[in-house]
Design a protein around this ligand. Structure first.
Ligand SMILES: Cc1ncc(COP(=O)(O)O)c(C=O)c1O
Length: 379
């Protein structure tokens, strides 16, 4: 049994300069954006400290290290055999998805996504010159019948979120196999955003899209150490392909897309993928404990909120519609409870009445947040 990860005292957390700690006044507990409160994995801290000490803060130098490190990680964790030469660094997951979409979309073509989903999906598509075609989840799962109907209209691509943020669902191997079959049948390329893959919690199993039979021909995966190791500010992700056809799409990107990768992000990503397993095991144990704690707190103090505990991620998708307030529940929790959550409607129309809560924090902060939310409800 690994010890739980420690969270620095609140006063120290407030010294952080990232968006989580700057967006709201000091009296607000920030449980909105997907940043974690834990201290970094020791191999990551060491490699970053050493880089700063030697003044190694220049440009990223493309090389084989990230591909090799990710291939090792994917093999150990998911039995996924990745060709390191087919791992192409990019600035971040958002840039990776947008640049691949630019290759696939002719102006104004639709791109399918399945809300509720990570809000930037709605922005990445028009940024790349397309328009969003919504194929909502059904009961938190991919609606494969609706996806078939949508694919039959030949959208330029489908952007998959696996595991799915915000609902925390890990799509099953069978669901992904059917998705891959449909994609091949209708020739709809899939961009699989797998940023939360290493955050699958006990009880669920992650299936990388490119391990699904037939998917390699039609899918590109976008991966990063940034979510599981809390490195978002360092800017490093990668596109992974496993067929000549999809490799050609990535090879079509201008070379600067790879060169804009963060040098420190690549150093940290290599360290995380190579030596981060022990810390990651502690993180998963810690998050599983917080998920359980949150369930107990909600049952005891906020029974009006309902949820399906996530299978992955540190994000809880809470249905607050029973509160029956006209105002967004997020606004009420912020103004009356001084707790910042993500507003559900940002994730699509199905998010109306929902809030998303980030529980990657200490047991004390989580308990205080729920206490404040509960007090806000009775106001
Ligand atoms: C599903 C998903 N994709 C992408 C991102 C952002 O990744 P990046 O910062 O590498 O663009 C997030 C951040 O939370 C996310 O949840």
């Amino acid at each position: 049994m690994n010890a739980e990860l420690v969270v620095p005292p609140l006063a120290e957390l407030r010294l952080r300069r990232s968006v989580k700690w700057r967006a709201f006044p000091e009296d607000v507990l920030p449980l909105f954006v997907a940043e974690m409160d834990y201290e970094p994995a020791p191999p990551v801290s060491e490699v970053l400290r050493a880089a700063v000490t030697r003044g190694d803060l220049g440009y990223y130098a493309p090389g084989p290290e990230l591909g090799k490190a990710f291939a090792g990680f994917a093999g150990r964790h998911w039995g996924w055999e990745v060709d390191p030469a087919r791992v192409s660094p990019v600035t971040d997951v958002g840039v990776g998805v947008v640049e691949v979409l630019r290759q696939l979309i002719r102006h104004g073509e639709p791109v399918a996504i399945s809300p509720p989903v990570y809000p930037p999906f709605f922005d990445w598509v028009p940024e790349a010159g397309g328009r969003v075609l919504e194929v909502p989840l059904r009961d938190n799962r991919l609606d494969l019948a609706a996806l078939e109907a949508a694919f039959a209209t030949h959208p330029a691509a489908y952007v998959l979120c696996n595991p799915q943020n915000p609902v925390g669902r890990v799509h099953t191997a069978d669901e992904l196999a059917e998705l891959a079959r449909l994609a091949r049948l209708y020739r709809v390329p899939i961009i699989s955003d797998e940023i939360h893959a290493a955050l699958v919690l006990p009880g669920a199993t992650f299936t990388p899209m490119l391990t699904v039979p037939g998917a390699a021909e039609i899918a590109i995966a976008v991966v990063s150490a940034s979510k599981a190791f809390n490195l978002a500010g360092l800017k490093c992700a990668a596109l992974v392909t496993a067929s000549p056809a999809m490799a050609r799409v990535v090879d079509g990107l201008v070379v600067e897309v790879g060169e804009r990768t963060g040098h420190l992000g690549a150093l940290a990503g290599v360290a995380a993928f190579t030596d981060g397993d022990p810390w990651l095991a502690s993180l998963i144990g810690t998050l599983a404990a917080r998920r359980e704690q949150l369930g107990a707190l909600l049952a005891a103090e906020l029974p009006a909120l309902s949820w399906i505990p996530p299978e992955a991620t540190f994000l809880a998708w809470l249905d607050a519609s029973a509160l029956g307030r006209d105002a967004q529940p997020r606004d009420h929790f912020l103004h009356e409870g001084r707790v910042a959550l993500e507003p559900g409607p940002r994730f699509g129309a199905a998010g109306s009445g929902y809030v998303r809560l980030n529980y990657a924090t200490s047991p004390e902060i989580l308990a205080e947040a729920v206490r404040r939310m509960s007090a806000a409800v009775s106001r």
